[in-house]
Design a protein around this ligand. Structure first.
Ligand code: SAM
Length: 206
């Protein structure tokens, strides 16, 4: 695990003390299928079943740094997958983390992994492109699957000054976008470059 974190720091994927500490605390081995445990500390996406993946640590680090997470932030994640990203977020912000997964078996996998590692994240099953209005507005929203465009509903559920991090485009050709909500009518977008993600399937997805 140390080698992985050193690699993420050397190439400046990890920039802040808070993201570094989260990677040190959350053991990725607890979030990958048993047969892949020996690859848990490689900087690669790994299969978690149902044609889905746990993202590469470098990709996660880029997203967490871009969101500028602060202790106390209320965060919504779309695409729980293994629960690893949600655990890292919870390590940084605390217990106000909500995560939506559309595949019930993966939601169960994530719940078990989070329990093993000691993180309290509220997992919901459903179409995350519709967000989770019940707990909105959020300081930060992170989408871990590629969307055809930024879902309007998610922008609505952000606080003014809040940030949404989302890959926009097709599976192997998407751009990582951070949209900051300046006002009810205005967002400011920043492009963090090309990436690859499984598709976001849903009403405001593919
Ligand atoms: N964040 C995850 C982790 O730490 O393991 C990795 C997520 S994986 C790259 C993308 C996930 O998004 C998959 O588990 C997939 O089922 C989920 N997904 C796709 N469309 C979704 C939707 N509309 N709502 C909720 N989850 C969705």
């Amino acid at each position: 695990m140390r080698n992985l974190i050193d690699h993420l720091m050397k190439y400046r994927y990890i920039k802040s003390e808070s993201v570094k500490r989260a990677f040190e605390k959350v053991d990725r081995k607890l979030f990958v299928p048993e047969y892949l445990e020996d690859r848990a500390y490689s900087d690669h996406p790994l299969p978690i079943g149902f044609n889905q993946t746990i993202s590469a640590p470098s990709m996660i680090a880029i997203m967490l740094e871009a969101l500028d997470l602060k202790r106390g932030d209320k965060v919504l994640e779309i695409g729980t997958g293994s629960g690893y990203n949600a655990a890292l977020i919870s390590e940084i912000v605390g217990e106000n983390v909500f995560s939506i997964e559309r595949i019930p078996e993966l939601a169960e996998f994530a719940k078990n992994n989070l329990k093993k590692s000691g993180y309290k994240v509220k997992i919901l099953i459903g179409d995350g492109t519709l967000g989770y209005e019940g707990e909105s507005p959020y300081d930060k929203i992170i989408v871990t699957a590629a969307a055809p465009k930024i879902p309007e509903t998610l922008i609505k559920q952000l606080k003014i000054g809040g940030k949404l991090c989302i890959p926009v485009g097709e599976r192997y050709f998407c751009d990582l976008i951070v949209a900051e909500k300046i006002s009810d009518k205005k967002i400011k977008k920043k492009n963090y470059g090309g990436c690859a993600f499984v598709p976001l399937i849903g009403k405001e997805g593919w």
